[in-house]
Design a protein around this ligand. Structure first.
Ligand code: HEM
Ligand SMILES: *[C@@H]1O[C@H](CO)[C@@H](O)[C@H](O)[C@H]1NC(C)=O
Ligand SMILES: *[C@@H]1O[C@H](CO)[C@@H](O)[C@H](O)[C@H]1NC(C)=O
Ligand SMILES: *[C@@H]1O[C@H](CO)[C@@H](O)[C@H](O)[C@H]1NC(C)=O
Ligand SMILES: *[C@@H]1O[C@H](CO)[C@@H](O)[C@H](O)[C@H]1NC(C)=O
Ligand SMILES: *[C@@H]1O[C@H](CO)[C@@H](O)[C@H](O)[C@H]1NC(C)=O
Ligand SMILES: *[C@@H]1O[C@H](CO)[C@@H](O)[C@H](O)[C@H]1NC(C)=O
Ligand SMILES: *[C@@H]1O[C@H](CO)[C@@H](O)[C@H](O)[C@H]1NC(C)=O
Ligand SMILES: *[C@@H]1O[C@H](CO)[C@@H](O)[C@H](O)[C@H]1NC(C)=O
Ligand SMILES: *[C@@H]1O[C@H](CO)[C@@H](O)[C@H](O)[C@H]1NC(C)=O
Ligand SMILES: *[C@@H]1O[C@H](CO)[C@@H](O)[C@H](O)[C@H]1NC(C)=O
Length: 354
């Protein structure tokens, strides 16, 4: 009788645990101490690789934050961006806005290798991207935060979706607000997160229409500082190479600070999507730009909160997805032939696929 009760109790507890692992709640289970017992040093392992790379390539800090932005905001934080094309997967890496923008795949792979060496099969690529964003912020002298962890990696990529959902650098304010609102991010999030453009580079093709033929007017963007206009025209000559790079923050290009916002106040935002936050008449975002420009602590606090919020979007948890062994490929490699091999070897080992 007693043993029956114990068993009943166990059954109830296990059912509750199993329900908790079902894919109903999308973002409830992330936890900064997720790897406490399985990979306690993961943060320092990731940090060491990034710190080393950033000594010779400071832009890498921006590139790693860009991954997180791209991945989380438009696809869900499931590392689908890292998947290479195979017979069954069309990689998102070549999607319009990403083409040539995604860099540092080798760095992500080096991080993954270092993490796998210490704790094999435990840490997801999606969590590595989330940790890399926070670590990059700190190494660029920006804020730190406790990164909620426990994401799992996607089994697929969606090239079409990536093309559809990314906001374009020539979006106007109402389009930006709408895109962010669609991901449950409000205007404070929009302004704070855009502040990541305090580091990193952009290619001429993303803003050169502002310099020569803005919205097909035949004139430059009237909201662009005329001194900056001349500088940018010399970097990006009309009809010149679209992939030439320039700094997103002309004041302190590699330092994570609030100069991005004072740049906007001087009409020195690089992308139209940047300047829109300040120079749209009557914009709701204007006072937020002013407050972040006058108080860096306020910006950092908002940035941290919004980064955590963004990191909850579309996560896979529990038994969803998988922990990829190699970030560029779904486990068992790719294609039907390899899948068959995997099933065979699982059967040999008597492993049942859950
Ligand atoms: C508001 C909408 C946004 C638009 C339209 C936008 C657009 C862009 C574009 C066009 C580039 C240049 C890419 C290239 O030239 O290859 C860029 C770079 C970058 N973006 Fe954004 N972005 C937005 C929001 C964000 C957010 C929310 C973050 C992060 C929180 C972010 C972080 C970055 C970083 C760090 C870079 C530099 C990457 C590097 O140097 O490799 N962006 N963004
Ligand atoms: C650090 O980076 C250099 C190249 O810049 C590389 O040769 C070295 O192996 C790296 N060390 C570690 C510990 O990653
Ligand atoms: C994945 O694709 C990228 C190009 O997008 C390439 O540079 C890289 O070598 C590929 N990785 C592997 C492991 O094949
Ligand atoms: C990416 O850009 C290269 C040239 O810059 C081009 O050849 C290629 O077709 C583009 N890929 C996609 C998917 O648009
Ligand atoms: C990709 O996303 C598009 C647009 O939402 C959808 O129609 C399509 O079914 C998705 N494809 C895959 C393979 O999930
Ligand atoms: C923003 O762009 C959209 C789409 O092109 C357009 O319908 C809308 O009128 C624009 N809004 C403003 C304020 O210019
Ligand atoms: C936001 O979502 C709505 C409804 O799905 C859609 O009509 C609208 O185009 C989206 N806005 C943007 C900017 O993607
Ligand atoms: C945006 O959302 C945050 C919470 O995520 C909240 O603190 C802030 O007040 C909101 N801002 C606006 C303008 O609604
Ligand atoms: C601006 O672009 C429009 C549309 O492409 C074109 O018709 C017009 O001739 C361009 N104006 C100039 C001055 O290049
Ligand atoms: C243009 O930028 C310069 C600094 O680069 C600044 O001194 C000047 O005030 C700006 N002009 C306007 C109209 O904001
Ligand atoms: C700046 O913002 C922080 C965080 O909200 C606040 O504690 C501080 O009082 C503000 N400083 C000033 C000078 O307003």
């Amino acid at each position: 009788m007693r043993s029956f009760h114990v068993r009943l109790f166990c059954f109830v507890v296990m059912t509750m645990l199993m329900l908790g692992a079902l894919p109903f709640s999308s973002d409830a289970q992330l936890d900064p101490s997720f790897y406490k017992n399985t990979c306690a040093n993961v943060h320092s392992i990731v940090r060491e690789v990034i710190r080393n790379v950033s000594k010779s390539d400071p832009r890498m800090l921006g590139s790693l934050i860009y991954y997180y932005y791209y991945c989380c905001l438009w696809q869900g934080c499931d590392a689908s961006i890292l998947l290479n094309s195979t017979s069954t997967i069309v990689s998102e890496q070549g999607a319009g806005p990403n083409n040539n923008s995604i860099r540092g795949l080798d760095v992500v792979n080096n991080i993954k290798t270092a993490v796998e060496n210490a704790c094999p099969g435990v840490v997801s690529c999606a969590d590595i991207l989330a940790l890399a964003a926070e670590i990059s912020s700190v190494l660029a002298h920006g804020p730190d935060w406790k990164v909620p962890l426990g994401r799992r990696d996607s089994l697929t990529a969606n090239f079409t979706l990536a093309n559809q959902k990314l906001p374009a650098p020539n979006f106007n304010l109402s389009q930006l607000i709408s895109t962010f609102a669609n991901q449950s991010l409000n205007i404070t999030d929009l302004v704070a997160l855009s502040g990541a453009h305090t580091i990193g580079r952009a290619q001429c093709r993303f803003f050169s229409s502002r310099l020569y033929n803005f919205s097909n007017t035949g004139n430059p963007d009237p909201t662009l500082n005329t001194t900056y206009l001349q500088t940018l025209r010399s970097i990006c000559p009309n009809g010149g190479a679209g992939n030439t790079l320039t700094n997103l923050d002309l004041t302190t290009p590699d330092t994570f600070d609030n100069k991005y916002f004072s740049n906007l106040q001087s009409l020195n935002g690089l992308l139209q999507s940047d300047q829109e936050l300040f120079s749209t008449v009557g914009a709701s975002t204007l006072s937020i730009v002013n407050s972040f420009s006058s108080n860096q602590t306020l910006f950092f606090e908002a940035f941290k909160a919004s980064m955590i919020k963004m990191g909850n979007i579309g996560v896979l948890t529990g038994s969803q997805g998988e922990i990829r062994k190699q970030c560029n490929f779904v486990n068992g490699n790719s294609g039907l032939a390899t899948f068959a091999t995997r099933v065979e070897s699982s059967e040999e080992q008597g492993v049942s696929s859950a």
